[in-house]
Design a protein around this ligand. Structure first.
Ligand code: NAI
Length: 283
């Protein structure tokens, strides 16, 4: 069965980007969120990105309208009854994701593949909330989705080869590079990236240097395009904290203990760029 129609669940920074790249590749997309306000924000985000592409002459006005027409906003999960693939990108919480996957298992047709954009949660455990674990898979996009090439593809314990192949095809069709990894806390990307970010926050917490100095060291000294503190803001400090907690719980090693300063910022609601304030402030 060919994949033609995709529902993206969660219209936040990741979900809106995923909806955009799928629509740009010609798929019909439904963008669903539990919050009507976030659906509107997600749609505006897509339009803003496309306007920028028109300004840079990478796309014409007609192309922009065509892509926008391919994305249908939705506030009804029931709309998943007509799709071939679901890509879930809601908050990084096992309970929330398992609840959504169990509901999707009832709503979607038998052939529908259920993918999660989780940054670190075990895909096998999400899959166990459904009666189709062979059709559940991890599709971990990078932020910002329209720009970043990588999609880490995570096989759950029961994911079938056929489903893996289909997801690899979709990933290539939307212009991304699939890399296959096994299902283990943090996969590859966040097992390596997040402890570095957490350590950068500890370095700030212990007063070793200012946030600007830490970011400069990693940019100028290690050739990173963005410093780790700023990157944490861009990812979302709530997401960073969730990932560290999952690594800590999954491996039980103290080296994964989330920095108290990270917890403090999340408790304050200063969760990064998306909130206008994290370690830095944003317009
Ligand atoms: P976000 O906070 O920007 O968006 C999350 C969206 O999910 C919000 O619009 C919220 O209203 C919606 N939502 C919450 N509960 C829901 C429910 N029950 N049903 C439907 N929608 C619901 O978060 P972001 O950054 O887009 O992250 C989403 C997922 O993507 C997380 O699993 C995260 O770990 C993962 N991810 C994040 C990356 C990042 O750099 N921020 C990178 C790769 C993956």
């Amino acid at each position: 069965m060919k994949i033609r129609k995709i529902m993206v669940i969660g219209a936040g920074q990741m979900g809106s980007g995923i909806a955009q790249v799928c629509a740009q590749a010609g798929y019909d997309v439904i963008l669903y969120d539990i919050s009507e306000e976030n659906i509107e924000k997600g749609m505006r985000n897509i339009e803003k990105n496309l306007v920028r592409q028109v300004e840079k002459q990478r796309m014409n006005e007609e192309g922009k309208e065509e892509v926008l027409a391919k994305v249908t906003p939705s506030a009804a999960l029931q709309d998943a009854s007509s799709v071939d693939l679901v890509i879930e990108a809601v908050v990084e919480s096992m309970n929330v994701k398992r609840d959504i996957f169990a509901r999707l298992d009832e709503i979607t047709p038998d052939h529908t593949i259920l993918a999660s954009n989780t940054s670190s949660l075990p895909v096998t455990e999400i899959a166990a909330a459904t009666d189709r674990p062979e059709k559940v898979i991890g599709m971990h996009f990078m932020n910002p989705v329209p720009v970043m090439k990588l999609v880490e593809i995570i096989r759950g314990l029961a994911t079938s080869d056929e489903v893996y192949k289909k997801i690899e095809e979709v990933t290539k069709a939307i212009g991304k590079m699939p890399v296959e990894v096994n299902d283990f806390p943090g996969f590859v990307s966040n097992r390596i990236l997040m402890p570095m970010i957490n350590e950068a926050i500890y370095t700030l917490y212990e007063g070793i240097a200012t946030k600007e100095a830490i970011d400069e060291v990693m940019k100028l000294g290690m050739n990173h395009p963005m410093g780790p503190i700023q990157l944490a803001d861009f990812i979302g400090l709530d997401t960073c904290l969730s990932v560290m907690e999952i690594l800590h719980e999954g491996f039980g090693d103290d080296k994964y203990r989330p920095c108290p300063l990270l917890r403090k910022y999340v408790k304050a609601g200063w969760v990064g760029k998306k909130a206008g304030r994290g370690f830095y402030t944003y317009d």
